[in-house]
Structures are given as C-alpha cells and as structure tokens.
Design a protein around this ligand. Structure first.
Ligand SMILES: [Zn+2]
Ligand SMILES: [Zn+2]
Ligand SMILES: [Zn+2]
Length: 118
C-alpha cells in the first residue's frame, strides 16, 4: 500500500482536523465557573481575545486560565499551549506513524524523520 502526501500536508502548521473540530472552552471565568462556549478550533485566538481579554502584542505576558491552569506565557504561545496541554492535540507523522504530543517536538521530528528519504 502506497500513500502519497504533498509537502504542503507535511508542513501544515496544525493537523487539518483540529481547525475544523469544535472545542469546548474551559477558560476559568474567575467566578468558579468555566466558559463552556463551543467554538471552532481556528477561532480560539479570536475567542480568547474578544471574550477573555487576552489582548496585546505577541510578547505580552498573559495568564492561561484554561481549566484553572494559571501558567504565565507570551500571547503568541498561548494557542499552541492550549492545543498541546489542554486539548491534548496529537501530531501523527504521516511518514513513519509515530504520534507526538506537542507541536514543537513534532516539528523537530519532521526534520529528522527516519523515513524522510523514502
Ligand atoms: Zn471561552
Ligand atoms: Zn494552560
Ligand atoms: Zn516520522
């Protein structure tokens, strides 16, 4: 069985399914309740900025209140953080089949995937 993928599929920043999938927002509103809004994966940053006040420059330090997380991080890192840590997004390598739990380790793997030369 031969499966061919174009290079654009390899290097897509997020698994295509994630952007289509609906996710449940578990942002802690500060009153002990979670947001519980249902939104599309690709609308996460917009939702965080318009509903939860996650605004500022890419380098602005924000606190992740997803499920009471309370981690501080830069704004540009927060969407990847939520996807990796809170949504448990996995990144399966379509070349060798190994699944990675984080975007950064997956991207690293793409550079050194053992079946790259196939
Ligand atoms: Zn929300
Ligand atoms: Zn968090
Ligand atoms: Zn691989």
């Amino acid at each position: 069985m031969t499966i061919e993928y174009s290079s654009t599929v390899w290097l897509a920043p997020f698994p295509p399914t994630l952007l289509k999938d609906k996710i449940l927002c578990l942002w802690d509103r500060g009153d002990g309740l979670r947001c519980h809004d249902v939104l599309k994966g690709d609308a996460l940053l917009l939702h965080l900025s318009s509903v939860h006040g996650c605004q500022g420059q890419d380098d602005t330090k924000l606190t992740c209140w997803w499920d009471g997380c309370a981690q501080r991080m830069k704004k540009r890192a927060i969407v990847a953080h939520i996807q990796d840590v809170h949504l448990g997004v996995t990144y399966p390598c379509r070349r060798c089949g190994i699944t990675y739990g984080g975007k950064s380790s997956f991207e690293l793997h793409l550079l050194g995937c053992p079946v790259l030369k196939k």
